[in-house]
Design a protein around this ligand. Structure first.
Ligand code: SF4
Length: 218
């Protein structure tokens, strides 16, 4: 959990009306099923911000990278969509959502009574009011040290043995309470078998699967 109040950033907080008018470049926002990680299988409102400077070669949302190619949507409109959906929680993902100051959006989602989750590479400074932080660290642009103490879930995408070393390096920086998950890269042959063997020998880790791909939902 991360709360901007802890960081004493309230000084810069704008008033409610201004907050609702703040716009974010958005790839899409939609009601779906959280397919991955600790909250897999739960209905959630997904908010996919545009813009990413991490450049993973295996990224499956490359269309999100250039924020100039996406239109902007106001906090008021995003939050209305989330409220109308009936979802209990919102998942802010990307792209890399922490490229944007998430204060206004997350504050208003909280005001609407929703829990706010984020999926991030942690490569930019953390911001906002966040109930659940999933850190998915990428070697292409490493997480900032700041985020580690707030991480609820560490989810590392695995293609080869090198990613297992990367997973352990990041796990060492997380609190003891962090859920540790390894997720096979969908199209990498052998990744599932590699993870199964690893988790059996290192039971502090669990496996995350991209179940939305099995279910055929976005
Ligand atoms: S951090 Fe995420 S959105 Fe950015 S390139 Fe990597 S996988 Fe794609």
């Amino acid at each position: 959990m991360f709360n901007m109040l802890e960081k004493n950033k309230m000084d810069n907080l704008i008033d409610e009306d201004e907050m609702k008018g703040v716009k974010y470049p958005l790839v899409e926002d939609f009601y779906t099923i959280q397919g991955e990680g600790a909250h897999s299988g739960r209905p959630a409102y997904f908010i996919r911000t545009a813009g990413c400077d991490v450049n993973c070669w295996w990224c499956d949302v490359k269309e999100s990278w250039d924020e100039e190619k996406h239109s902007k949507k106001s906090v008021a409109d995003i939050v209305q969509g989330a409220k109308d959906s009936g979802a209990k929680f919102a998942v802010i993902t990307g792209g890399e959502p922490l490229l944007h100051d998430l204060g206004p959006l997350t504050y208003q989602l909280k005001q609407a009574g929703m829990d706010v989750h984020i999926e991030t590479s942690g490569s930019s400074p953390v911001s906002g009011y966040l109930d659940w932080i999933t850190l998915s660290p990428k070697r292409f642009k490493e997480p900032t040290d700041d985020i580690f103490r707030y991480v609820d879930e560490l989810k590392v995408v695995v293609l080869t043995n090198k990613d297992l070393e990367w997973a352990e390096k990041n796990a060492a920086k997380c609190p003891d309470s962090t859920q540790l998950l390894l997720q096979p890269e969908w199209e990498k042959e052998g990744a599932v078998e590699l993870i199964i063997d690893y988790v059996k020998s290192n039971p502090e880790w669990g496996i995350s699967l991209q179940t939305h791909k099995f279910m055929g939902v976005e």
